[in-house]
Design a protein around this ligand. Sequence first.
Ligand code: AMP
Length: 285
Amino acid sequence: MTAALRIAVPSKGRLAEPTTRLLREAGIPIPADDRRLLVPIAGQDVELLLARTDDIPTLIRDGAADLGVAGGDQLSEHGADGLAVRVQLGFGACRLVIAVPAGSNIAGSASLAGRRIATSHPVVLGAHLAARGIEADIVTLSGSVELAPTIGAADAICDVVSTGETLRRNGLRELEEVLQSEAVLLARAGASTDERIAILCTAIESVLAARPKRYLMLNTPDAALEAVIALLPGLSAPTVLPLARSGMHAVHAVVDAAELPRLLHPLKEAGATGLLVLPIEHLIP
Ligand code: AMP
């Protein structure tokens, strides 16, 4: 028997909760409050390895896990050799930016020359500066990077931000963006022949595709059918089914959740009744 498919999952930190939620929705019933670091999944040929996000790319590269979740920025920093990004996960979105104290006279990348820049992404920052011909002093810190200017350890920082609130709270202003990142599902390069990986990737992709969509069902008198259909956006035509009562049809369509609030009133005005909006668990376009 082949070994169970081992998935490395962040045990804590920003990517932990969205990863667990995604895997559950993709059909892996992760037990709540399991304190073990290696968790067999009941009834499946799968086990979870709870690990630090930073370690996950290495665990996959070295064969200790078959799949795992990490930040795209971590891949850029620690190297993607031997790894393949299988799915862009759409959460953990953030940007690596260079920031300076709000009152600093540093105005653009050129004025970073000769300055000290604190970061926990020295490789990415080094490449960014080298591409612009800027020589600066990179101060590598593993945490609390945003404090470095306040405590006199650096003139600028290069750090990960999502809302920008941490920058503002520390009196910093963004100078420029270095890279954009989101969480990714990783496998070992060349592991594409393992069908279990393909099955799980399709399940995950179908959950991600379904999240921003809703299933809209409504009834309409035949006289209003054309007007109702004209209001419905969508890639393919909606499903139209005759109702048992003559002169009426049911219309079903997959719609963007974000568009729904603006859609309901015109549909009602056009004559639609019995509108139902349902969540979709999986969608393969
Ligand atoms: P962790 O250190 O385990 O919380 O995970 C950090 C990863 O979460 C980073 O490498 C990024 O990919 C991602 N991330 C998303 N938003 C942020 C943020 N505002 N600050 C730091 N990391 C973030």
